[in-house]
Structures are given as C-alpha cells and as structure tokens.
Design a protein around this ligand. Structure first.
Ligand code: PMT
Length: 414
C-alpha cells in the first residue's frame, strides 16, 4: 500500500470560522497527495475565505449552492456524498454540528453528509464556551454514535482573544485520522505494541552509552498499525520525533525501563514489534555525581542488559504475534534464522545496516523478512513503505496464514 490518498475522492466541508483559512493549506496538501478534493462551503464559510482560493488549491470547482444550475443530469447534493471515499468537515461550526446531529438537510454541506455513507472526520473549531456547552457536547456524542471520527480541538489563544479549547488541531494529526478511515480496518480491535529508538545507559548525569537509532523505523510501524485501526502503544527511547497521532507513547531512557514498559504493555497485546535498538550493555556502575575525567578508568566495566525480545518469546501467549528486528551487515539469512528460532519469533526483519540508504537514521530502508516458512527480500524503499509491508505480513500472520509473499527456500538476500 503506497500513498493511501492517491485517487481517493475526498469531500472537504468548510464552515464559517476564522479557522477556515487554515483548511486552505490542508486542501493544498491533499491535492499534492494526489487526492481528488471537492470542497463544499457553507454560506458563512464564504465570508471568511473565497471559493476561488479553494478552487485554485484543489484544482476543482467549489460547491456551495444546492440549486446551482448544472443541467438536469447533475445533482451535486447526492453525487458528491455518494462518490466520496471520505468526508472531512473542518472547521466544523456549532451550527453545522447541531444540524448534522439532527439529520437536517438545510444546505449543500448538510445534504451531502446525509446522502453519504463514507466515513466522516470532523474537526470542531469555535469559541471554547460554545464548544463546552452541553448542547454542543450532546450533539458531538450523537455524531460519535453515528460512527463519525471527532477530533478534539487544540487549546490556546482564540481569534476572540479568549484562551481555551476550540482551535483546529494540527494538519499532521488530521491527516493521520483521514488516512485511518481510508485504510482497510484490518487491525480494529487489536492491540499492537511497538518499541522504537535507542536506549541510553548512563555512566553519570552527563555521559551515557547509546547508539545511532533515530526511531524512524519504529515510529513508521506505529503509524502504519494505527492507520489499519489498531490500538497502538509505542514504547520509545529518546528521539527527536513527535508522537504519532492517535498512538499512546511511553517514553523511556534505559534498557531496563524499556523492558518494564514493553513487558507490561505486551501482556494483553495481539502483536509486539521490537524495532528498538536496545543497548546490549550498560556501565557496571552509574555515578550520581559527574565523574571527573581524571578519575575515569581507561577500561569501562560493563554489565549485560536483559534481552527483552527473548523474554517476550518465552512469555508469548497463544495467538500473539512477535516480530523482531536484527541490525546486521553480513550473513543476513543465517542471522535472521538463528534469532527467529532462539527468541521464538513469528517474523524477523533483518535490517541491512551496511549500506547508505538503509538502517540507522536515514529515511529509507532495506530488510530481509524471515519467517518460519521462508524468507523474502523487500525492496529498498521508504521506512513508511517498509512499515506498511511489514504490517501486511502481520495481518496475514494474525489470520493464521503464512506471511504473504514469503517464499520458502527462495534464497533471496538483501
Ligand atoms: O531507528 P532508526 O534510525 O530508524 O533505525 C532503525 C533500526 C536500524 C534501529 C531498526 O530497523 C533495527 O534494526 N532495530 C533492531 C536493532 C537491534 O538492536 O538489533 P539486534 O540484532 O541487536 O537485536 C535483535 C532484536 O532483539 C531487536 O528486535 C532488539 O529490539 C531486540 N533486543 C536486543 C537487545 C536487548 N537487550 N533486548 C532486545 O529486545
């Protein structure tokens, strides 16, 4: 699954709010992602942003009038909703939210939503007292009951010079929820635990042992699992990355902290994916005070850390899928097979860290997948795409099938 937005019909409903101008940027991004964007504006929206802005950014005609003369064969209020793959209503005003909750068909946007069976993502944006009013909250509850995805507004200074919740959320967050409603819901009802990033093993308050993991691979896996509908827990070592939308991130520092967090989260998980680069060793002693450089011995005494993946393999419940990673620069297949068996895994992604476009820190990756039934070399591609392909194999394993495309004994290597 490449770009989930490509070729999808997305109706963007824009209501009257000062936040409408932000959605112009969202429409532009969706068009760049190759979605077919149809913008429907309420009459009030046109007071804030002109239809020409949305027409130019979407590359399509903007709709606002239910009775516009388009010839007898076209009925926008039915066709737009019927042909949509998803509807995004942003900013959603209190007025439109109330109308949708009541099932009204008072303007083109309301009628389009009522006539559609596509998933709806709705972003309320309004004054915080209007948002908190029991009427608005009851209306939002009703829309949740209809199956709409309602995104909580952000807090901050509002256009009315009041501080509070009611601002539009960041586009990155909205985009992920939109991707989720467009993706096959193969992991709905499943809990997926992903570990990502490095661990830091302190020598003293200033110094630590660590590695080059950026967390990009693990975060891409967490995003991909969320998109397929999973409840995702991301146990993350220190990284510069923002928490992915909709994912519960548990920040940790050391291998021991990661072990505690992962083992606790994994107890009732359907899938555990260990992309983290856990430090195998820690300094045998950690000083509370910064050690003077003159007093640091030339040879550092090390103690071995717990092997979290091995412990997960020992505790694995029936039906749980356990996926490991292995950072290797040679003997990919042999190392993959050895770790798969030794740690009781269902799948291992052997990561080529010898090249320049794969492994630590970079945005692309190349992995050899090894399962109990065979192996498969994935192409060098983005970490996002690699993550999607690994999640495809996880979905197959959960269904009791051998991971699709893994060819027994094909002998292909990265
Ligand atoms: O974070 P990025 O910059 O995007 O880079 C991605 C990556 C290269 C870190 C990632 O794709 C990867 O290969 N992660 C595993 C790295 C690693 O620690 O490999 P390993 O062969 O040392 O460990 C094998 C497996 O055992 C891993 O799943 C690891 O999480 C696990 N392990 C290792 C040691 C330990 N004490 N406990 C563990 O659970």
């Amino acid at each position: 699954m490449g770009n989930i937005f490509a070729g999808k019909n997305i109706v963007v409903g824009v209501c009257g709010s000062i936040a409408a101008f932000k959605v112009a940027g969202w429409v532009s991004d969706l068009a760049k992602l190759e979605a077919q964007v149809s913008v429907v504006m309420t009459a009030a929206a046109g007071r804030f942003v002109t239809p020409l802005t949305f027409a130019a950014l979407s590359g399509n005609e903007v709709h606002s009038d239910m009775f516009a003369d388009r010839g007898q064969e076209r009925m926008d209020h039915i066709g737009l909703g019927r042909d949509a793959d998803a509807l995004l209503i942003a900013p959603a005003s209190a007025n439109t939210i109330a109308a949708l909750a009541a099932g009204l068909a008072g303007d083109l946007l309301q009628t389009t939503v009522l006539a559609s069976r596509a998933p709806v993502v709705l972003c309320p944006a309004m004054n915080s007292r209007m948002y908190r009013h029991p009427a608005t909250q009851a209306n939002l509850d009703r829309l949740r009951h209809f199956g709409y995805t309602i995104l909580d507004p952000d807090s901050g200074m509002m256009a009315c010079r009041e501080e509070g919740e009611g601002r539009l959320p960041e586009w990155e967050m909205v985009r992920e929820y939109l991707a989720r409603v467009l993706s096959p819901p193969q992991l709905v009802g499943r809990k997926v635990v992903v570990s990502a990033g490095p661990t830091r093993e302190p020598l003293d308050p200033a110094r630590f042992l660590s590695n080059r993991s950026s967390g990009k691979m693990g975060y891409a896996l967490a995003r991909a699992a969320f998109r397929r509908g999973a409840e995702v827990v991301l146990v993350s070592g220190p990284t510069a990355l923002s928490a992915p939308a909709g994912v519960r991130r548990v920040p940790v520092q050391t291998a021991e902290e990661m072990a505690v967090a992962v083992l606790a989260a994994a107890a009732d998980a359907d899938v555990v994916i260990k992309a983290a680069a856990v430090a195998d060793f820690r300094p045998a002693e950690t000083s509370r005070e910064k050690v003077k450089k003159e007093r640091i011995a030339a040879t550092l005494q090390l103690a071995r850390n717990r092997d979290i993946l091995r412990e997960l393999g020992e505790r694995k419940a029936a039906g749980q899928i356990l996926v490991g990673f292995a950072a290797e620069s040679a003997d990919f297949l042999a190392e993959g097979q050895r770790k798969l068996a030794a740690k009781n895994l269902d799948l291992i992604a052997v990561n080529d860290i010898g090249g320049t476009g794969s492994g630590f820190e970079v945005d692309s990756n190349q992995v050899l997948l090894v399962s109990r039934t065979g192996q498969e070399s994935l192409p060098q591609t983005s970490k996002e795409h690699t993550a999607e392909m690994i999640i495809d194999r996880v979905v197959a394993l959960l269904a009791g099938a051998s991971p699709g495309g893994v060819v027994p004994g094909s002998g292909c290597q990265v």
